[in-house]
Design a protein around this ligand. Sequence first.
Ligand code: DX5
Ligand code: ZN
Length: 219
Amino acid sequence: MYQVKIAPSILAGDYAKMGDTVRLLGENGADMVHCDVMDGNFVPPITFGAQMVKSIRPYTNLSLDCHLMVANPEKQIELFAAAGADVISVHVEACSGALLKTMKRIRELGVKAAAVVNPATAIEEIFPAVEFADMLLVMSVVPGWGGQKFIPESLKKIETLREFCLKNGKGELDIEVDGGINEGNVKSVISAGANVIVAGSAVFRSENMAETIARLRGV
Ligand code: DX5
Ligand code: ZN
């Protein structure tokens, strides 16, 4: 029904050579590059900003999928658009009521817009974004760190969201899931209705990146 896309997260990559890391992902069959942006405010760690996206842009033609785990994301979107982001995802919890305005602005800049919902947030919070979204992101771990355990309650949220999209004429919308996904649980995530799979540790800890990416996609 949906094309399954694998978006390895460079959170787990080597920051000293991120260009090569991103090129490697493309050579090993990744569909997108998931860029986990953290500001030390919305989440405790700090990773990188738009400058990193600008630097890695020339190393890949894959879609740069920028997950903004930042406070006041509306202040960042022009910078990420200029840096070459293909998708910008903003958290419901960080937009304090301006989620739709922020998503519309992302689209005005020619970038795909996505809304993100945290594990503790009810999935209904993201429903208003469906109309203006190119993708929806359901967090299956508490944002901030890679290598965490998948939160099983996420499956029900994914099902409910996919059902809502289907009922509202947006059945083809990409639903991305981020956190704790590996070969052991990816099938349940996809059958729940997700089709874009973020994987950091599972890909970067793998002995054979290409094989792991293919297995996550289910081929
Ligand atoms: C959390 C990050 C992680 C990361 C995936 O803020 O968004 O979910 O991308 O990490 P793994 O695949 O190692 O759980
Ligand atoms: Zn992420």
